[in-house]
Write a protein that binds this ligand. Structure first.
Ligand code: NAP
Length: 369
């Protein structure tokens, strides 16, 4: 039995579809809304709707009982933290989280941790490291990496809450560093700045870009041994980025949080108004192959970022079920075969376009980054 927590959510609904498409099951579909769960389960052979509440520990125990894997697509992740992970492990199930990230990793990591937990099994973080790790396997040495991720997409309530909470974690260390980059093999603050109305290859619109260096980026830079690395969040439209930038630097709590979440979700809706959603991940890597300097650019596009997140989560469940992930607490990018993930994602219905440009700069216009 594979349990999906948050099966009624933006990611969870797609995770159910993707797990079923991959032939994984039977599935237990969890959340608080019984009617919605029944409707979703009716479409999936042998699926079991299961009403539970993460705030009710007994129901969480029942939800995890008898499962081989618990996939967490519920949110906000920064409020759930290790609640579901601990229940899953206690029930003898492996735990996979499309989010989780450093706050859950910190809480689970201890000498007596007995089980399998795979965190950051989504798109960003997740695929954002797996694609460049795959690109790096094709080079003898990696010199630099620039990543551009973003697009036009609605913003779910949990994602908005996590965006806000990730700016202020409990140990005072945020999810990452704005304006920072990786230089000479280490993190450097204030080396980059945002830019407006620029052209980025593979993005069909002029966009604004904001440099942000996360814990995931630092782990990636270390793993591929890169000298220089930049990460850019890409925004199409002004509203979401304006709201988000205004919230940075001041903690949000209580009723103010509800207002802030409503503002972010509305801003994303307005940016998207009358347009087709899309999300793109673009990686430009330089390095050395057989003594020659090379430039490689990989670009991936989806019409639904939530589906792509779910696809990666389902692939991680697949790897766990196949016995390809060992025990312990890990990030998906550290334990999955990046070539296998990229090949599977490329073939999946979540991806509408994938391109790999070898030893040439993708076409750019004047004024481009
Ligand atoms: N790694 C990545 O690429 C990435 C990117 C974006 C988002 N995420 C993360 O993915 C997670 C899911 O996001 P989403 O956009 O799918 O969120 P969403 O649409 O707001 O859905 C949240 C889900 O959580 C469930 N839930 C909330 N509180 C619950 C509770 N107390 N007990 C049981 N279930 C509960 C909801 O079900 P009910 O309302 O039916 O209870 C719903 O199914 C979030 O943590 C988000 O930050 C990851």
């Amino acid at each position: 039995m594979i349990a999906v927590a948050g099966a009624t959510g933006s990611v969870g609904r797609w995770a159910v579809t993707e797990l079923n498409r991959m032939g994984l099951g039977p599935l237990r579909l969890g959340g608080r809304r019984a009617d919605e769960l029944e409707q979703i389960a009716a479409e999936i052979p042998d699926a079991q709707p299961f009403t539970f509440d993460l705030e009710d520990p007994d129901s969480v125990v029942r939800f995890c009982a008898g499962c081989a894997v618990v996939l967490n697509c519920a949110g906000p992740s920064y409020l759930i933290l290790d609640k579901l992970a601990r229940a899953a492990i206690a029930a003898g199930a492996a735990y996979v989280d499309v989010s989780g990230d450093e706050p859950v990793h910190r809480r689970l990591t201890s000498a007596d941790f007995a089980g399998t937990a795979v965190l950051s099994a989504g798109m960003l973080p997740g695929l954002s490291s797996l694609v460049p790790r795959w690109m790096a396997t094709e080079m003898d040495k990696v010199d630099s990496l620039s990543t551009y991720i973003g697009g036009l997409e609605r913003c779910s309530p949990s994602s908005a809450t996590d965006m806000i909470l990730s700016m202020h974690t409990d140990d005072g260390d945020g999810y990452g560093h704005a304006l920072a980059g990786w230089r000479h093999g280490r993190l450097e603050e204030k080396v980059l700045g945002p830019a407006k109305d620029v052209e980025v290859p593979f993005f069909p619109d002029r966009v604004s870009v904001h440099p942000f260096f996360s814990g995931e980026s630092a782990r990636l830079a270390t793993a591929i041994g890169v000298d220089s690395m930049d990460f850019w969040n890409v925004f199409v439209g002004d509203r979401l980025v304006t709201s988000f930038t205004r919230m940075r630097g001041r903690p949000v709590a209580g009723e103010e949080m509800e207002r802030a979440v409503a503002e972010l979700t509305r801003a994303a809706e307005l940016d998207l108004f009358g347009r087709e959603p899309y999300y793109a991940l673009v990686f430009r890597m330089t390095g050395v192959v057989d003594g020659h300097s090379v430039v490689r650019t990989a670009a991936m596009r989806t019409a639904d970022a939530y589906r792509l997140i779910a696809t990666v989560g389902a692939l991680v469940v697949h790897a766990v079920v196949e016995g390809n992930v060992g025990r312990g607490v890990s990030y998906a990018a550290d334990v999955l075969d990046p070539g296998w993930v990229v090949a599977a994602v490329r073939r999946s219905p979540a991806v509408t376009a994938f391109e790999l440009v070898l030893d040439a700069e993708p076409a750019m216009e004047e004024g481009a980054l």
